[in-house]
Write a protein that binds this ligand. Structure first.
Ligand code: COA
Length: 390
């Protein structure tokens, strides 16, 4: 009989931008708010925001390099890259393809997955299924978002909540269960509760000219048009989140044969400390089993759970044999949860040559990418001269 194949997390990494913005900055900007209001209602004290030239793929690449370093894998070992994001670099190509090229993963398929803040857990479940089925061997799963570029800095009810960042894990095959039960859900009837309406095919805010069908193709180049701002009904999302996060966690615990007393660490989506506390209470989990870093980063969307996982690992909150539950919610509406048994030793230090090796590999990937572009351009010229491809 063929042995069942499982998936486990073999490496992990995170990246947050260096620019730290404390709550007081919003008061300085003239918003009618206060550090006290923000920290007492949300638990957030500061967030990290991207530099003007920093795109989602830049953060994703940094997190991925860390994850591959811990896993001891080279770019050529990865079969599939999934980037969970709702703030991709472009509508197309996918951010995953940009990451694949930047890291020189020549054997990897690449795709983005948009389930907003639930995206990383969706991507983890999808990547695990690929590994378990034998369709992929090693899968790089990244959660990366920079919602700050879609925020209305005059709307105090949203702009204080979010931060930017990325987190990544590498999945590999295992003989024993690493990733266990998972659940994914959606209720699109709540789509309008949390939305960035513009930029897609329904609300056309960023196109020029006239469509061949005769209708105007949308207003001109307005990335900062109101339709491109994140809008949210906070109180309704709050109420729903306190119900759906524990429900999703309960489902995966039941499917994995786990009871609250088995759980060493619960990692909820980091949106609001009050939502996390209400969820833990419903699950019957004591405070010390719930990981929270919302104070430092705010809500980093698809990056929130992998960043929290990385920090939990770094601070010694996870040991081999521990059972962890991840649970998330987000725009869509979407939710997802996943249970896992931690199965790999946690390195206590990074060897000096790891960052050097990483830099060399990234440089080599950049050179290879330039050569491929050059090769494509030369072949196009030759084909043209020979009259091919017309
Ligand atoms: N500073 C000061 N006052 C603020 C404020 C801010 N940053 N944001 C909102 N307020 C005000 C409101 O305008 C309202 O004033 P009013 O009573 O005069 O109308 C008052 O505070 C209460 O607003 P309310 O929205 O009921 O507050 P709340 O306790 O529900 O907290 C959120 C608001 C947004 C923090 C909370 O609803 C929340 O966290 N929701 C979930 C959001 C979330 O997780 N989104 C991401 C999903 S992935």
């Amino acid at each position: 009989m063929m042995k069942r194949r499982y998936a486990e997390i073999a490496g992990w990494g995170m990246y947050v931008p260096s620019r730290v913005v404390p709550n007081d900055t919003f008061v300085t900007m003239g918003l009618d708010t206060s550090d006290d209001w923000i920290s007492s209602r949300t638990g957030i004290e500061r967030r990290h925001l991207v530099a003007p030239d920093e795109a989602t793929s830049d953060m994703a690449v940094r997190a991925a390099q860390g994850a591959m370093g811990v896993a001891g894998m080279n770019a050529s070992d990865i079969d599939l890259v999934i980037v969970a994001t709702c703030t991709p670099d472009h509508v197309m190509p996918s951010t995953a393809s940009i990451v694949q090229d930047r890291l020189g993963m020549l054997n990897a398929g690449a795709m983005d997955l948009n389930a907003a803040c639930s995206g990383f857990v969706y991507a983890l479940a999808t990547g695990a299924a690929q590994v378990e089925s034998g369709r992929s061997k090693n899968v790089l799963v990244i959660g990366a978002d920079e919602l700050s570029i879609y925020l209305d800095w005059k709307d105090r009810s949203t702009c204080v909540l979010f931060g930017d960042g990325a987190g990544a894990v590498v999945l590999r095959p295992a003989a024993e269960p690493g990733l266990m039960g998972s659940t994914m859900g959606s209720d699109g009837s709540g789509a309008s509760l949390l939305t960035i309406e513009g930029g897609g095919s329904r609300v056309r805010t960023n196109r020029n000219g006239v469509h061949p069908n005769g209708h105007a193709n949308g207003s001109n180049g307005a990335h900062d048009a109101p339709m491109n701002y994140l809008r949210m009904n906070g109180p309704q999302i709050f109420r729903w989140a306190t119900q759906i996060m524990p429900r999703a966690a309960e489902q995966v615990m039941a499917a994995s044969g786990l009871k609250p007393e088995h759980i060493s660490l619960f990692i909820p989506h980091q949106a609001n400390s009050r939502i996390m506390e209400a969820t833990a209470k419903r699950l019957g989990l004591p405070k010390d089993k719930v990981y929270s870093n919302v104070r430092e980063y705010g809500n980093t969307s698809a990056a929130s759970i992998p960043i929290a996982l990385c920090e939990a690992l770094k601070t010694g909150r996870v040991a081999v044999g521990d059972y962890l539950v991840l649970s998330s919610f987000g725009a869509g509406l979407t939710w997802a949860a996943l249970a896992l048994r931690w199965s790999v030793q946690i390195p206590t230090h990074v060897t000096a040559w790891q960052p050097i090796r990483r830099q060399v590999q990234t440089r080599m990937a950049a050179v290879r990418s330039v050569l491929r572009r050059g090769d494509r351009a030369v072949r196009t010229q030759i084909d043209r001269r020979l009259g091919k491809g017309d």
